[in-house]
Design a protein around this ligand. Structure first.
Ligand SMILES: NC(=O)c1ccc[n+]([C@@H]2O[C@H](COP(=O)([O-])OP(=O)(O)OC[C@H]3O[C@@H](n4cnc5c(N)ncnc54)[C@H](OP(=O)(O)O)[C@@H]3O)[C@@H](O)[C@H]2O)c1
Length: 320
Protein backbone atom coordinates (compact mmCIF):
# COMPACT_ATOMS: atom_id res chain seq x y z
CA UNK A 1 0.00 0.00 0.00
CA UNK A 2 1.05 3.63 -0.48
CA UNK A 3 1.85 5.84 2.54
CA UNK A 4 3.41 9.17 3.47
CA UNK A 5 6.49 8.33 5.55
CA UNK A 6 9.39 10.02 7.33
CA UNK A 7 12.10 8.76 9.69
CA UNK A 8 13.22 12.08 11.15
CA UNK A 9 11.72 15.41 12.26
CA UNK A 10 11.92 18.29 9.82
CA UNK A 11 10.24 20.22 7.00
CA UNK A 12 7.96 18.58 4.37
CA UNK A 13 11.21 17.66 2.55
CA UNK A 14 11.68 14.74 4.98
CA UNK A 15 8.50 13.10 3.63
CA UNK A 16 8.63 10.23 1.13
CA UNK A 17 5.46 8.77 -0.36
CA UNK A 18 6.28 5.10 -0.93
CA UNK A 19 5.00 1.52 -0.92
CA UNK A 20 4.96 -0.04 2.57
CA UNK A 21 3.54 -3.26 3.96
CA UNK A 22 -0.23 -3.29 4.49
CA UNK A 23 -0.92 -3.75 8.25
CA UNK A 24 -2.66 -6.82 9.68
CA UNK A 25 -5.07 -6.02 12.53
CA UNK A 26 -4.17 -7.40 15.98
CA UNK A 27 -6.84 -8.95 18.23
CA UNK A 28 -8.25 -5.58 19.45
CA UNK A 29 -7.74 -3.69 16.19
CA UNK A 30 -9.69 -2.95 13.05
CA UNK A 31 -8.15 -2.53 9.62
CA UNK A 32 -9.48 0.60 7.93
CA UNK A 33 -9.28 1.37 4.24
CA UNK A 34 -8.67 5.11 4.42
CA UNK A 35 -10.71 7.24 2.02
CA UNK A 36 -9.94 10.67 3.45
CA UNK A 37 -7.61 12.23 5.99
CA UNK A 38 -6.43 15.79 6.58
CA UNK A 39 -3.20 17.66 7.02
CA UNK A 40 -3.80 19.85 10.06
CA UNK A 41 -1.80 22.00 12.47
CA UNK A 42 -1.20 19.04 14.79
CA UNK A 43 0.26 17.09 11.84
CA UNK A 44 2.60 20.05 11.19
CA UNK A 45 3.71 20.05 14.84
CA UNK A 46 4.33 16.29 14.62
CA UNK A 47 6.28 16.67 11.36
CA UNK A 48 8.67 19.26 12.79
CA UNK A 49 8.63 17.79 16.31
CA UNK A 50 7.65 21.21 17.67
CA UNK A 51 7.03 22.34 20.35
CA UNK A 52 9.80 20.10 21.73
CA UNK A 53 7.59 18.89 24.60
CA UNK A 54 5.39 17.17 21.94
CA UNK A 55 8.28 14.73 21.35
CA UNK A 56 7.74 13.17 24.79
CA UNK A 57 4.46 11.85 23.38
CA UNK A 58 5.34 11.08 19.75
CA UNK A 59 9.01 10.04 19.95
CA UNK A 60 11.92 11.83 21.66
CA UNK A 61 14.74 11.37 19.13
CA UNK A 62 12.72 10.33 16.07
CA UNK A 63 9.03 9.94 15.29
CA UNK A 64 7.54 6.74 16.74
CA UNK A 65 5.12 6.48 13.81
CA UNK A 66 7.01 6.38 10.52
CA UNK A 67 3.74 7.07 8.68
CA UNK A 68 2.42 10.62 9.16
CA UNK A 69 -1.13 11.54 10.16
CA UNK A 70 -3.54 12.10 13.04
CA UNK A 71 -7.06 11.60 11.62
CA UNK A 72 -8.90 9.40 9.15
CA UNK A 73 -12.24 8.46 7.64
CA UNK A 74 -12.76 5.17 5.85
CA UNK A 75 -14.32 1.73 5.81
CA UNK A 76 -13.57 -1.25 8.07
CA UNK A 77 -11.95 -3.92 5.91
CA UNK A 78 -11.12 -6.49 8.60
CA UNK A 79 -11.55 -6.89 12.37
CA UNK A 80 -9.33 -8.54 15.01
CA UNK A 81 -10.64 -11.61 16.84
CA UNK A 82 -11.69 -9.69 20.00
CA UNK A 83 -13.49 -6.83 18.23
CA UNK A 84 -17.27 -6.72 18.72
CA UNK A 85 -18.03 -2.99 18.39
CA UNK A 86 -17.28 -2.77 14.64
CA UNK A 87 -17.88 -5.01 11.64
CA UNK A 88 -16.53 -5.20 8.11
CA UNK A 89 -18.12 -2.48 5.97
CA UNK A 90 -18.69 0.05 8.79
CA UNK A 91 -17.88 3.64 7.85
CA UNK A 92 -15.58 4.94 10.60
CA UNK A 93 -13.59 8.06 11.49
CA UNK A 94 -11.18 8.93 14.26
CA UNK A 95 -8.38 11.11 15.56
CA UNK A 96 -5.41 10.87 17.91
CA UNK A 97 -3.40 14.01 18.70
CA UNK A 98 -0.41 11.80 19.54
CA UNK A 99 -0.38 10.73 15.87
CA UNK A 100 -1.80 7.82 13.88
CA UNK A 101 -0.38 6.20 10.73
CA UNK A 102 -3.36 7.56 8.81
CA UNK A 103 -1.71 9.22 5.79
CA UNK A 104 -1.86 5.81 4.12
CA UNK A 105 -4.21 3.67 2.06
CA UNK A 106 -4.81 1.34 5.03
CA UNK A 107 -4.43 1.75 8.76
CA UNK A 108 -4.88 -0.56 11.77
CA UNK A 109 -6.26 1.04 14.93
CA UNK A 110 -7.06 -0.27 18.40
CA UNK A 111 -10.79 0.11 19.06
CA UNK A 112 -10.01 1.58 22.52
CA UNK A 113 -8.69 4.67 20.69
CA UNK A 114 -11.07 7.44 19.58
CA UNK A 115 -12.80 5.76 16.61
CA UNK A 116 -16.52 6.18 15.88
CA UNK A 117 -19.02 5.45 13.14
CA UNK A 118 -19.30 8.30 10.62
CA UNK A 119 -22.41 10.48 11.16
CA UNK A 120 -25.27 9.77 8.74
CA UNK A 121 -25.12 11.98 5.66
CA UNK A 122 -21.44 12.85 6.14
CA UNK A 123 -18.94 12.16 3.35
CA UNK A 124 -15.50 10.72 4.15
CA UNK A 125 -13.99 14.14 3.45
CA UNK A 126 -16.41 15.87 5.83
CA UNK A 127 -15.77 13.30 8.57
CA UNK A 128 -11.98 13.60 8.34
CA UNK A 129 -12.30 17.41 8.43
CA UNK A 130 -14.48 17.27 11.56
CA UNK A 131 -11.93 15.72 13.89
CA UNK A 132 -8.80 17.66 14.89
CA UNK A 133 -9.95 21.28 14.95
CA UNK A 134 -13.48 20.40 16.06
CA UNK A 135 -11.96 18.59 19.07
CA UNK A 136 -10.00 21.70 20.03
CA UNK A 137 -12.99 23.98 19.42
CA UNK A 138 -15.18 21.81 21.66
CA UNK A 139 -12.47 21.97 24.33
CA UNK A 140 -12.75 25.78 24.33
CA UNK A 141 -16.47 25.59 24.87
CA UNK A 142 -16.57 22.87 27.50
CA UNK A 143 -14.18 24.74 29.79
CA UNK A 144 -16.76 27.50 30.47
CA UNK A 145 -20.46 27.88 31.28
CA UNK A 146 -22.28 29.08 28.19
CA UNK A 147 -25.93 30.10 28.08
CA UNK A 148 -28.25 31.27 25.28
CA UNK A 149 -27.99 34.99 24.63
CA UNK A 150 -24.41 35.34 25.86
CA UNK A 151 -22.04 37.31 23.63
CA UNK A 152 -18.89 35.56 22.41
CA UNK A 153 -16.19 36.92 20.12
CA UNK A 154 -14.27 34.35 18.02
CA UNK A 155 -10.98 35.65 16.64
CA UNK A 156 -9.89 33.68 13.56
CA UNK A 157 -13.25 32.79 12.07
CA UNK A 158 -11.57 31.38 8.93
CA UNK A 159 -9.38 28.91 10.84
CA UNK A 160 -10.26 25.26 11.31
CA UNK A 161 -10.82 25.76 15.05
CA UNK A 162 -12.59 29.12 14.67
CA UNK A 163 -14.96 27.95 11.93
CA UNK A 164 -16.00 24.97 14.07
CA UNK A 165 -16.34 27.11 17.23
CA UNK A 166 -18.69 29.56 15.47
CA UNK A 167 -21.05 26.73 14.47
CA UNK A 168 -20.94 25.08 17.91
CA UNK A 169 -21.77 28.42 19.58
CA UNK A 170 -24.61 29.15 17.18
CA UNK A 171 -26.11 25.72 17.91
CA UNK A 172 -26.38 26.94 21.56
CA UNK A 173 -28.11 30.21 20.59
CA UNK A 174 -25.12 32.30 21.57
CA UNK A 175 -24.64 35.76 19.99
CA UNK A 176 -21.42 35.30 17.99
CA UNK A 177 -19.10 37.95 16.61
CA UNK A 178 -16.47 36.51 14.27
CA UNK A 179 -13.18 38.19 13.32
CA UNK A 180 -11.65 37.48 9.90
CA UNK A 181 -10.04 39.18 6.89
CA UNK A 182 -12.58 41.04 4.72
CA UNK A 183 -11.74 38.85 1.68
CA UNK A 184 -13.29 35.85 3.48
CA UNK A 185 -16.44 37.65 4.65
CA UNK A 186 -18.87 35.46 2.67
CA UNK A 187 -17.30 32.15 3.72
CA UNK A 188 -17.45 33.13 7.39
CA UNK A 189 -20.96 34.60 7.04
CA UNK A 190 -22.11 31.19 5.77
CA UNK A 191 -21.16 29.72 9.17
CA UNK A 192 -23.89 31.81 10.79
CA UNK A 193 -22.26 34.45 13.07
CA UNK A 194 -24.43 37.44 14.08
CA UNK A 195 -21.76 39.98 13.21
CA UNK A 196 -18.33 40.00 11.54
CA UNK A 197 -15.38 42.29 12.26
CA UNK A 198 -12.76 42.54 9.49
CA UNK A 199 -9.36 42.61 11.13
CA UNK A 200 -7.79 44.40 8.13
CA UNK A 201 -10.19 47.35 8.65
CA UNK A 202 -10.97 47.37 12.36
CA UNK A 203 -9.20 46.40 15.59
CA UNK A 204 -11.63 44.13 17.44
CA UNK A 205 -10.08 45.03 20.80
CA UNK A 206 -11.43 48.58 20.29
CA UNK A 207 -15.00 47.36 19.76
CA UNK A 208 -17.86 49.23 21.45
CA UNK A 209 -19.46 46.02 22.78
CA UNK A 210 -18.55 43.94 25.85
CA UNK A 211 -18.32 40.17 25.63
CA UNK A 212 -18.84 37.29 28.04
CA UNK A 213 -16.02 35.38 26.34
CA UNK A 214 -13.26 36.08 23.86
CA UNK A 215 -12.14 32.87 22.10
CA UNK A 216 -8.94 33.54 20.20
CA UNK A 217 -8.98 30.50 17.93
CA UNK A 218 -5.80 31.56 16.09
CA UNK A 219 -3.86 32.80 19.10
CA UNK A 220 -3.00 36.14 17.50
CA UNK A 221 -4.16 38.36 20.36
CA UNK A 222 -3.34 38.46 24.07
CA UNK A 223 -5.29 38.93 27.30
CA UNK A 224 -4.38 42.56 28.10
CA UNK A 225 -5.83 44.28 25.02
CA UNK A 226 -8.88 42.02 25.22
CA UNK A 227 -9.69 43.09 28.81
CA UNK A 228 -11.25 46.26 27.33
CA UNK A 229 -13.94 44.25 25.54
CA UNK A 230 -14.59 41.67 28.27
CA UNK A 231 -17.46 42.05 30.72
CA UNK A 232 -16.50 42.29 34.42
CA UNK A 233 -16.42 38.51 34.84
CA UNK A 234 -15.53 37.84 31.20
CA UNK A 235 -13.15 35.05 30.21
CA UNK A 236 -10.35 35.01 27.64
CA UNK A 237 -9.30 31.71 26.03
CA UNK A 238 -6.58 31.33 23.40
CA UNK A 239 -5.39 28.38 21.33
CA UNK A 240 -1.77 29.55 21.69
CA UNK A 241 0.50 30.12 24.69
CA UNK A 242 0.66 33.87 23.99
CA UNK A 243 3.61 36.28 24.46
CA UNK A 244 6.14 34.80 26.93
CA UNK A 245 3.83 31.75 27.33
CA UNK A 246 1.64 34.01 29.51
CA UNK A 247 -1.45 31.87 28.97
CA UNK A 248 0.19 29.20 31.13
CA UNK A 249 0.46 31.38 34.26
CA UNK A 250 -2.29 33.96 33.71
CA UNK A 251 -5.06 31.43 34.55
CA UNK A 252 -3.64 31.14 38.08
CA UNK A 253 -2.94 34.88 38.52
CA UNK A 254 -6.34 35.98 37.22
CA UNK A 255 -8.23 33.42 39.29
CA UNK A 256 -6.52 34.72 42.48
CA UNK A 257 -7.19 38.34 41.51
CA UNK A 258 -10.86 37.81 40.59
CA UNK A 259 -12.79 39.56 37.80
CA UNK A 260 -11.74 38.98 34.21
CA UNK A 261 -10.04 35.62 33.77
CA UNK A 262 -7.80 33.64 31.45
CA UNK A 263 -8.36 29.93 30.87
CA UNK A 264 -5.94 27.79 28.89
CA UNK A 265 -7.83 24.85 27.44
CA UNK A 266 -6.02 21.53 27.71
CA UNK A 267 -7.76 19.41 25.10
CA UNK A 268 -8.83 16.05 26.54
CA UNK A 269 -11.31 13.22 25.84
CA UNK A 270 -11.25 13.05 22.04
CA UNK A 271 -14.03 10.43 21.93
CA UNK A 272 -16.37 12.83 23.75
CA UNK A 273 -15.52 15.63 21.30
CA UNK A 274 -16.14 13.40 18.28
CA UNK A 275 -19.46 12.21 19.72
CA UNK A 276 -20.49 15.86 20.26
CA UNK A 277 -19.57 16.72 16.66
CA UNK A 278 -21.36 13.64 15.29
CA UNK A 279 -24.54 14.58 17.16
CA UNK A 280 -24.48 18.16 15.79
CA UNK A 281 -23.69 16.90 12.29
CA UNK A 282 -26.68 14.54 12.34
CA UNK A 283 -28.92 17.43 13.45
CA UNK A 284 -27.63 19.44 10.47
CA UNK A 285 -25.99 22.02 12.78
CA UNK A 286 -22.36 21.43 11.83
CA UNK A 287 -20.47 21.12 8.56
CA UNK A 288 -16.68 21.46 8.48
CA UNK A 289 -15.22 24.25 6.41
CA UNK A 290 -13.08 22.64 3.70
CA UNK A 291 -10.41 24.55 1.82
CA UNK A 292 -8.24 22.56 -0.57
CA UNK A 293 -8.15 18.85 -1.41
CA UNK A 294 -4.91 17.07 -2.34
CA UNK A 295 -3.95 13.51 -3.32
CA UNK A 296 -1.53 11.44 -1.23
CA UNK A 297 1.20 12.06 -3.83
CA UNK A 298 0.77 15.82 -3.25
CA UNK A 299 1.02 15.61 0.55
CA UNK A 300 4.27 17.64 0.79
CA UNK A 301 2.46 20.56 -0.86
CA UNK A 302 -0.43 20.11 1.56
CA UNK A 303 1.96 20.31 4.55
CA UNK A 304 3.64 23.41 3.11
CA UNK A 305 0.27 25.10 2.63
CA UNK A 306 -1.06 24.22 6.10
CA UNK A 307 2.16 25.36 7.72
CA UNK A 308 1.74 28.78 6.07
CA UNK A 309 -1.02 29.52 8.62
CA UNK A 310 -3.24 30.70 5.74
CA UNK A 311 -5.59 27.78 5.23
CA UNK A 312 -9.31 28.41 5.37
CA UNK A 313 -10.76 25.66 7.53
CA UNK A 314 -9.45 22.19 6.72
CA UNK A 315 -7.14 20.69 4.10
CA UNK A 316 -8.20 17.23 2.97
CA UNK A 317 -6.18 14.37 1.47
CA UNK A 318 -8.36 12.13 -0.70
CA UNK A 319 -7.28 8.48 -1.13
CA UNK A 320 -8.50 5.36 -2.85
N1 LIG B 1 -3.79 24.61 22.01
C1 LIG B 1 -3.87 23.52 21.26
O1 LIG B 1 -3.98 22.41 21.76
C2 LIG B 1 -3.85 23.64 19.77
C3 LIG B 1 -4.14 22.55 18.96
C4 LIG B 1 -4.16 22.71 17.57
C5 LIG B 1 -3.85 23.95 17.04
N2 LIG B 1 -3.51 24.97 17.86
C6 LIG B 1 -3.19 26.28 17.33
O2 LIG B 1 -4.39 26.92 17.04
C7 LIG B 1 -4.22 27.84 16.01
C8 LIG B 1 -5.33 27.70 15.02
O3 LIG B 1 -5.32 26.42 14.41
P1 LIG B 1 -6.22 26.23 13.13
O4 LIG B 1 -5.96 24.87 12.59
O5 LIG B 1 -7.60 26.64 13.39
O6 LIG B 1 -5.51 27.29 12.20
P2 LIG B 1 -5.65 27.55 10.65
O7 LIG B 1 -6.81 26.78 10.12
O8 LIG B 1 -4.30 27.36 10.07
O9 LIG B 1 -6.10 29.05 10.68
C9 LIG B 1 -5.42 30.12 10.52
C10 LIG B 1 -6.45 31.14 9.99
O10 LIG B 1 -6.37 32.30 10.75
C11 LIG B 1 -6.44 33.42 9.90
N3 LIG B 1 -5.70 34.51 10.51
C12 LIG B 1 -4.39 34.76 10.46
N4 LIG B 1 -4.09 35.86 11.16
C13 LIG B 1 -5.24 36.31 11.68
C14 LIG B 1 -5.57 37.41 12.52
N5 LIG B 1 -4.66 38.27 12.97
N6 LIG B 1 -6.86 37.57 12.86
C15 LIG B 1 -7.81 36.72 12.44
N7 LIG B 1 -7.55 35.68 11.64
C16 LIG B 1 -6.28 35.47 11.27
C17 LIG B 1 -5.81 32.93 8.60
O11 LIG B 1 -6.32 33.58 7.49
P3 LIG B 1 -5.73 35.00 6.97
O12 LIG B 1 -4.32 35.11 7.45
O13 LIG B 1 -5.81 34.94 5.50
O14 LIG B 1 -6.67 35.97 7.59
C18 LIG B 1 -6.24 31.47 8.57
O15 LIG B 1 -7.46 31.29 7.88
C19 LIG B 1 -2.82 27.57 15.43
O16 LIG B 1 -1.97 28.59 15.89
C20 LIG B 1 -2.45 26.24 16.01
O17 LIG B 1 -1.06 26.11 16.20
C21 LIG B 1 -3.54 24.86 19.20
Amino acid sequence: MKASTRTTYGSPDVITVKEVEKPTPKANEILVRVYATTVNRTDCGALWGKPFVFRFFIGLFKPRNEITGTDFAGVVEAVGQNVTSFKVGDRVWGFDDNTLPSHAEYMAIDTKKPVLKIPNGFTFEQAAASAEAAHYAYNFLNKVKLAPGMKVLVNGGTGAIGSAAIQFLKSMDIFVIAVCHSQYNDRVQALGPDRIIHYDKEDFTQDYKKYDFVFDAVGKSSFKPCTKILKDNGIYISSELGPGAENLYLPLLTSIKGGKKVIFPLPIDISKSLAYVADLAEKGKFKPLIDRTYTLDEIKEAFTYVNSGQKIGNVVIKLN
